[in-house]
Ligand binder design. Sequence first.
Ligand code: KG4
Ligand code: ZN
Length: 392
Amino acid sequence: MLPNDFTILAVETSCDETAAAVVRGGREIVSNVVATQLDEHRRYGGIVPEVASRQHILALEPVIRQALAALPGGWGDIHAVAATYGPGLAGALLTGLNTAKAMAWMRELPFVGVNHIEAHIYANWLVPEGRGTRDEGREAEHSATLAPQPASLNLPDFPLVALVVSGGHTMLVLLEGHGAYRLLGQTRDDAAGEAFDKAARIMGLGFPGGPAIQQAAAGAPGGVTLPRAWLRDSYDFSFSGLKTAVLHQVQERQNRETRVVPRTSERKATQTERRSPPNAGIPSAGSHVPDRFIAQLAFAFQESVVDVLTTKAVDAARAHGATAILVAGGVAANTRLRAELERRSPVPVRVPPISLCTDNAAMIAAAAFYRFADGRQDGWELDVRPNLKLAY
Ligand code: KG4
Ligand code: ZN
């Protein structure tokens, strides 16, 4: 058992966010600093690995300094150091892992490497900022007169089913205990977040695609239906067919419009032309107000992804007697997914607050706490593992 005040400094650089955090007792967030590189990558419509590594090198020092500034004793209050070592972009991972190892070596502190996907799941163990664990006891004393405590303040009980939906991964995992994971199913092609990003690009909605599609879909029900890949008798997922269906819809619309536009050189803009977004179907780095057709397509796309994710997660929770469904990864920020899981799940659904769903280092510290508690530690020879798996 580790003391409740065991304090970890964690670093995360697996993709396009440079993050450092200080977490006490595996749950209490002392500081959580994230420097996003989104603006650097937006103009390319996706993440450029070399740009990511360079930005991490620039941002690491100030981000770590800011995370430590929240501690009165600074380094003196830190008991251990952790960093993501995979999966992710090799160059990006190297910057954070090497920085963290060097700091731990210099300060003679224990060090552990963390699996990024596992950390996304452990975001569910964190107490959201503003709801300190210190108040738990006091609230419990008055629980008869207070509203029930949010599920996020209680520790989840095993077994649990985790739905991991990020830009790089989509999987259903059975958690039987800390570090005891079984892979129930995973995507056979695109990850859910990747599908959102690619579909948004096809629809000309900009990057990153998840928030753009969610926004476009708001208030645009019905009108278009898209397929669902059920892959029956399996917890696997497939989203590439859906992406192709979106592409076909956009192309058909473009063909329809080309047919109705008169071919004279001095033609005036038709109603159809005026309603079209300037870049529908063309990869776009900017965002604009979508027209009705694109909004309907975005709505249908989101419904299709949410339906399949929810159905499989709920089936898995029932089949394995899970006490709760944990949702993790950037796509967990999707409000439609949250609502549908809550509506259909027979057990509580735990979703971290949005700031802890997307990449951050507090989740790395949370996962590291249970590794240290298990007596695990890594040596200075630990290298990055861009294709690190969570479970088989
Ligand atoms: O976990 P994450 O921050 O990075 C990875 O480790 O991949 O996830 C990023 C992904 C992106 O693909 C983004 O489009 C998606 O999460 N995302 C969303 C939403 N917010 C972010 N997808 C759907 N709806 C959202 N609101
Ligand atoms: Zn992530």
